[in-house]
Design a protein around this ligand. Sequence first.
Ligand SMILES: Cc1cc2nc3c(=O)[nH]c(=O)nc-3n(C[C@H](O)[C@H](O)[C@H](O)COP(=O)(O)O)c2cc1C
Length: 380
Amino acid sequence: MTRLEEDETDVADLSTTFTGLRFENPFLLASAPPTESESNILRAFEAGWGGVVTKTIGLHPVVNVAGPKTKFLRADNGGTRLSMAKRADTTLMASWNWELISDKPMDWWLPQIARIKKAFPSRILVASIMAGSGDDKELHAWQTLTEGVQDAGADAIELNFSCPHMDRVDMGSNVGKDPVLCSMSTQAVKAAAKVPVWVKLTPATANIVEEAEATFRGGADAVVSSNTWPALPPIDPDTLDFEVHVDGYVSSGGMGGPAILPLSLAKMAQMTQAFPDRAFSGIGGISDWPHALDYFLLGCGTAQVATAAMLDHAIGPNVIRNLTAGMTAFLERNADRGWTTLDDFRGLRRDRIVAQSAIRRASEYHGGHDAEGYAPPSDA
Ligand SMILES: Cc1cc2nc3c(=O)[nH]c(=O)nc-3n(C[C@H](O)[C@H](O)[C@H](O)COP(=O)(O)O)c2cc1C
């Protein structure tokens, strides 16, 4: 074996196949400001992202609020203050957004998608789309978007059933809260789609397994979670105004970033346990390899990043470098277990989440039923 061949065999294989598509690495930029334009997406692929999900594209006109669309919540190091005010000696907790979907029309996006695919044919470009679901016209809008983006060259389509701040009752997370709408809209897209269809569900429901089941019934090839969680900015104790507002008013927006990692993992675990043979893409609070590993160990086949990339030169060149370096080092560290690709460790901790009563006790325990808090008081 020549020296060159030896070096090549030493290189860890980060590639993976997800919904039939081959990814050079399992890391994608999530649909958000980092993916709002051709120039950003080209920069993202140059930086090494295995895939990109475009900012969500719709057919209806979009006008954003007359103020900041995104802010970051930080905690004082060693203190208690939680605030969006920019200041030194703090740690990032979360992003907060009330940005709507792309304010650019589909006709603006289609040539961009075509040019991006031409420049990076082997990278995966996923088009995120959104329409309503209240009537046949809206279901047809899903199909118009589907045909447009796939003809332009998108490798897959992600249906946005998850944006938390839509006023329309038949759009965004309002679709993701209704299993019937989930199923119907997915079915409408599948009738027109020639490429894999991913569905991004809202985490803001009682039992996400029900909505996941409905989208799979509608034909979804993968479920993606989480979008941002419904949230408000804090109120300034001096001015008594919300820290983000327009004319004193605010509406519920969405929280992303480090604070949602454990929340999002819990939702993901519910779904990967219920559907161990299905494909899942994990999002929420990922900024480095250990966070992505959490999702992979629960059974996800890809991982997506928004907030961390927004804070790193807009498209996350350092984030993707750390993710790929972290995964490479992990595979090398575990080579003696025979692990050479993501599939060798994917889902390994999915079965470690069990009912409370199945966890070993410090002493005998009756599940709260007998001889403990819930037992009827004795006469003694
Ligand atoms: C400012 C901002 C805009 C976003 N816009 C979209 C969007 O258009 N479509 C979508 O599906 N998700 C959107 N998201 C959600 C992200 O894709 C992602 O699901 C969420 O931020 C959680 O990931 P993170 O913790 O890495 O930020 C947006 C998030 C932020 C912070």
